[in-house]
Design a protein around this ligand. Structure first.
Ligand code: NAD
Length: 303
């Protein structure tokens, strides 16, 4: 199977920009589009690419079209069109593949796949994990769902952005996997924050506690990669917004409802993150959920 050459890319935000940059560096020919003109211009100033002036121009002649947008509703609107505006699918050539790398609704993805199939366009879902730092390194974990031939065709493109690629099953399975991963990750972050606050109020040093957890059975991804880096440092600059995390937790709870699975701990976790978003307002980073917990007990995780 020939490797695709002509890639169109939609969404040059915190994740999309470094990911698309790796495709240029790997020799793919890239057309890019972002509704935020500054983001598009900044990318085009750094990387050799064609900046598109409209959605329809973005998709012309592409073999693979990648979306890295905040959510699946935006992907659906961009692809199929909204308010009688033209969608990308009008100019995507038959036989081309839509790769949604956003963290989207699994159910919405299955529906979009059916809508595109009737137009001769294939779709796979390929959300990522690893955050901005691993996007910059080109070392993301990429989860892929969809038809095996389409996944195989897109694999060289995905390999330019990730260090591990997991095939999770049919279309929608990767988006399901991603939301469940984020539910687990979000629960771990809150659990760690709670015990750190208890320890702090007892008189333990936050730095020492994180070191102990990381050498002990209490460790998790947040104790290893988030607390010292973004919370104890007070930078709260992970590059993943609290709003996007709340969206992912809603998707995981959608799966729990669809499968009639009681998920009491996960439901409580989602409610806590949603409450933090309301209380903090103004586009907080997801690690600022700890600031919200700190406020509730009048204690900061500072030395
Ligand atoms: P972001 O908000 O930084 O970037 C999204 C970009 O999409 C913005 O530049 C925005 O202008 C653009 N956009 C929105 N609607 C558009 C449209 N219709 N056409 C073209 N461009 C449009 O978000 P992000 O942090 O890069 O996250 C992107 C996706 O990846 C989300 O689904 C998120 O849940 C997921 N994700 C994020 C991280 C992270 O650490 N930030 C990690 C894993 C997965």
């Amino acid at each position: 199977m020939e490797r695709p050459q002509k890639i169109s890319w939609l969404g040059l935000g915190n994740m999309g920009s470094p990911m698309a940059g790796h495709l240029v560096q790997a020799g793919f020919s890239l057309t890019v589009y972002d509704v935020n003109r500054q983001a598009q211009e900044a990318f085009a100033a750094r990387f050799s690419c064609v900046p598109a002036q409209s959605l329809s121009q973005a998709a012309q002649g592409c073999q693979v079209l990648i979306t890295m947008l905040p959510n699946g509703d935006l992907v659906r609107r961009a692809v199929l069109g909204a308010n009688s505006g033209e969608g990308l699918c009008e100019s995507m050539p038959p036989g081309s593949v839509l790769v949604d790398m956003s963290s989207s609704s699994p159910v919405g993805t299955q529906q979009l796949g059916r809508d595109l199939a009737s137009r001769g366009i294939e779709m796979i879902d390929a959300p990522v994990s690893g955050g901005v730092s691993r996007a910059v390194e080109g070392a993301l974990s990429i989860l892929v769902g969809g038809n095996k031939d389409a996944v195989g065709y897109c694999r060289p493109v995905l390999e330019a952005m990730g260090s591990s690629i997991f095939e999770t099953g049919p279309l929608g399975s990767a988006h399901a996997m991603k939301s469940l991963n984020n539910m687990l990750s979000a629960t771990g972050l809150l659990a760690a924050a709670e015990v750190l606050l208890v320890g702090k109020r007892f008189g333990l040093e936050p730095e020492v506690m994180v070191d102990v957890f990381n050498a002990s059975t209490g460790q998790n991804n947040s104790t290893k990669n988030k607390f010292k880096q973004f919370v104890l440092s007070r930078s709260f600059a992970s590059g993943f917004s609290l709003e996007l995390m709340v969206k992912d937790l809603g998707l995981a709870m959608e799966l729990a409802r669809e499968t009639k699975t009681p998920a009491i701990l996960s439901a409580a976790c989602r409610e806590m993150w949603a409450a933090a978003l309301v209380a903090l307002g103004d586009s907080p980073d997801h690690t600022e959920v700890v600031r919200w917990l700190e406020q509730t007990v009048h204690t900061e995780l500072t030395s």
